[in-house]
Design a protein around this ligand. Structure first.
Ligand code: AMP
Ligand code: MG
Length: 435
């Protein structure tokens, strides 16, 4: 039987990267940039004020103090002053945060260190009232003992310059990068597309969540879990419904699912009489790449691929002409383990991630633990950052169907095969499922 590494290598060598396509930046959260992105302008595009206050010529102040005639006002959004206009010696211009520094000025004094007066002398009242009387013919007294020429001005191009590469190809877009794309004029960004993933639940006993199960029936949790994991991994999930354990019903849904980049089925891949999924897939032209991996839970997993005909309708080609197919064992914990180990890496490869495999940390066991197993076991676990690094508590787990244990966990502790006894504080590897 294949081990996990061998199976992951087969998945990654089968999966091919999708063709990059422009996508609205605001909808590209979690996607990977396919090209370097350069700014189309200096940032800031003009010298701008970092505070509300008065733009001054520093030569007019002595030790940060002076009294200057008010010569106007600039607010954010006003066009920068042209060459015909300048702040004359002995004057100051009221300025708002984000406004362009008027030419002639070389520093801004924040409003808290100033006091305005009307031509007739001191005025009382609200800031607005005082200003409305002082703006024409008034003056401003400045007292700023820490004054320095150039203060409170962000110079044009000091953040980035026109043509500068600000994001590299291969970057995964988070909120900060999405904002940066907007700032440099990329309302649309060149990204690898989201993997389109179809999901089918199988089983005669499965009913949807809003149905009260009859005798022998259980609710379909895998459909929801898989759709959520696909979305979380940056893919586009397409839930196709429940197939009964008959070849014809499976074929009907599988045919629809074969139009996606990836098709996920849960259930029907073990050795039972009604485990028809592998045969149905092969009957529809899928090539089996592996069946069964030395792993617990999740051993019966089936993986294959099927070529997809070129789109006849002239719709855009995604750069990949195959559907990757995962037949996941039906048990809810197996579904999650197999998704993390095999499906998510495949999705990430399609979506241009440089490092598609899951991340692990080494964590100290919170309790003594002994186990014996013929396969590496992925045990739902709760990982916490402690003073001395990661600490992991294995969640009480009653076997593969135990969804409650999963809900209580944020990763899987990997218990290697063989006979082991570990003391509290000894380390195990943990696959993180939440960041
Ligand atoms: P199977 O792999 O089809 O033999 O299913 C293994 C176990 O998982 C059985 O107990 C099934 O009832 C259960 N199971 C299969 N599909 C689902 C599903 N969609 N949601 C919840 N449990 C399931
Ligand atoms: Mg079944």
């Amino acid at each position: 039987m294949l081990n996990i590494d061998e199976a992951q290598r087969l998945v990654l060598s089968t999966a091919t990267v999708l063709r990059p396509a422009p996508s609205p930046s605001g909808q590209s959260l979690g996607q990977v940039l396919a090209e370097d992105v350069a700014s189309d302008m200096d940032m800031p595009p003009f010298d701008k004020s970092l505070v509300d206050g008065f733009a001054v010529r520093s030569a007019d102040l002595v030790g940060g103090c002076g009294k200057l005639a008010i010569a106007g006002e600039v607010v954010a959004g006003d066009a920068p002053w042209g060459p015909d206009r300048t702040v004359a010696s002995g004057t100051a211009v009221r300025i708002m945060t984000g406004a362009a520094i008027p030419s002639g000025a070389d520093a801004v004094v924040m409003v808290e260190r100033t006091q305005v007066e009307s031509a007739a002398g001191a005025v009382q009242g609200s800031d607005r009232a005082v200003w409305s009387q002082a703006r024409d013919g008034g003056s401003v007294a400045i007292r700023d003992d820490r004054f320095k020429p150039g203060q409170n001005i962000m110079r044009q191009g000091s953040e980035m310059t026109s043509g500068q590469v600000v994001l590299r190809a291969g970057t995964r877009l988070r909120a900060a990068e999405i904002g940066l794309l907007a700032a440099v004029g990329f309302g649309t960004a060149p990204v690898f597309p989201r993997a389109d993933v179809s999901i089918i639940s199988t089983g005669n006993e499965i009913v949807e969540a809003d149905v009260r199960p009859g005798p022998g029936q259980i609710r379909n949790s895998n459909g929801s879990t898989l759709a959520a994991m696909v979305t979380e991994a940056g893919g586009a999930a397409r839930y196709l419904g429940i197939a009964r354990d008959t070849a014809s019903d499976l074929e009907r849904l599988v045919r629809a699912g074969l139009e996606s980049d990836i098709l996920l089925l849960s259930g029907g891949v073990s050795a039972g009489e009604l485990d028809l999924v592998p045969d149905v897939l092969k009957g529809l032209g899928a090539r089996e790449i592996f069946h069964k991996v030395s792993l617990k839970p999740g051993k019966p997993i089936w993986f294959g691929a099927r070529e997809r005909p070129a789109p006849g309708d002239g719709s855009s080609d995604r750069g990949s002409r195959q559907t990757l197919i995962f037949g996941l064992p039906g048990n809810p914990v197996s579904v999650v383990v197999c998704f993390e180990l095999f499906v998510k890496p495949a999705m990430r490869r399609l979506m241009g991630f440089a490092e598609p495999l899951p991340r692990h940390v080494s964590a100290a066991l919170a309790e003594d633990r002994s186990w014996r197993s013929d396969r590496p076991t992925y045990c739902p676990a709760s990982l916490e950052a402690g003073d001395n690094g990661w600490q992991v508590r294995l969640v009480q787990w009653k076997g593969s169907p135990d969804l409650l244990a999963l809900a209580d966990s944020n990763g899987f502790a990997i218990l290697p095969e063989g006979d082991h006894q570990k003391r509290r504080g000894e380390h195990v590897r943990v696959l993180r499922t939440e960041f």
